[in-house]
Design a protein around this ligand. Structure first.
Ligand SMILES: Cc1cc2nc3c(=O)[nH]c(=O)nc-3n(C[C@H](O)[C@H](O)[C@H](O)COP(=O)(O)O)c2cc1C
Length: 152
């Protein structure tokens, strides 16, 4: 069974989880850009992306791609802690915020969002500087499910 992990990542959280998942499952690892040019046939697609303004970045690309595989799994990173991000539609792996690696456009969007918040709130305090919830332990569940996948 050939597995590929494809990631869409701007500041590195999704890429870090994707690399770890690929290492632990023996899967190939490709950025979304690389995957678009890759002609190799894989049985299973593991797609990793991030949350932006409550939406999943490149989700329509994933929906188009997944039809070409026998099985697909989706994981999503975000700024929320693990408990707040859980979903029945994907594996939620908490990322964080990295202002240093963010584009100036996205930094501007974050600034606007912060302006809309009460500056004494916990969420304001959390989002006003870079932080990381990244931990390999959050990837254990998806790794187990990939390793238990069987293809006819
Ligand atoms: C403009 C902007 C909007 C965001 N909106 C959300 C959001 O609605 N919910 C969330 O949990 N995280 C949100 N995030 C945080 C990212 O999803 C988080 O940093 C993610 O791990 C980034 O992935 P990457 O490092 O692979 O690019 C937002 C980040 C930016 C820059």
């Amino acid at each position: 069974m050939k597995v590929v992990v494809v990631y869409n990542s701007k500041t590195g959280f999704t890429k870090s989880y994707a690399s770890y998942i690929a290492k632990e499952t023996g899967a190939a690892l490709l950025s979304l850009k690389e995957a678009k040019r890759d002609k190799t046939k894989y049985d299973v697609l593991v797609f990793g992306t991030y949350t932006i303004a409550s939406k999943l970045s490149k989700i329509s690309t994933y929906e188009k791609m997944r039809g070409r595989y026998k099985h697909s799994l989706l994981f999503v990173t975000g700024a929320r802690p693990y408990e707040d991000g859980k979903s029945s539609e994907y594996y939620y792996l908490p990322g964080g915020i990295n202002y240093e690696k963010m584009s100036s456009l996205k930094r501007g969007m974050m600034k606007l969002f912060l302006k809309s918040l009460d500056n004494a709130s916990d969420i304001y305090k959390m989002l006003s500087s870079s932080y990381s919830f990244y931990d390999e332990k959050y990837a254990k569940e998806i790794i187990k499910d990939i390793n238990n996948t069987t293809i006819e």
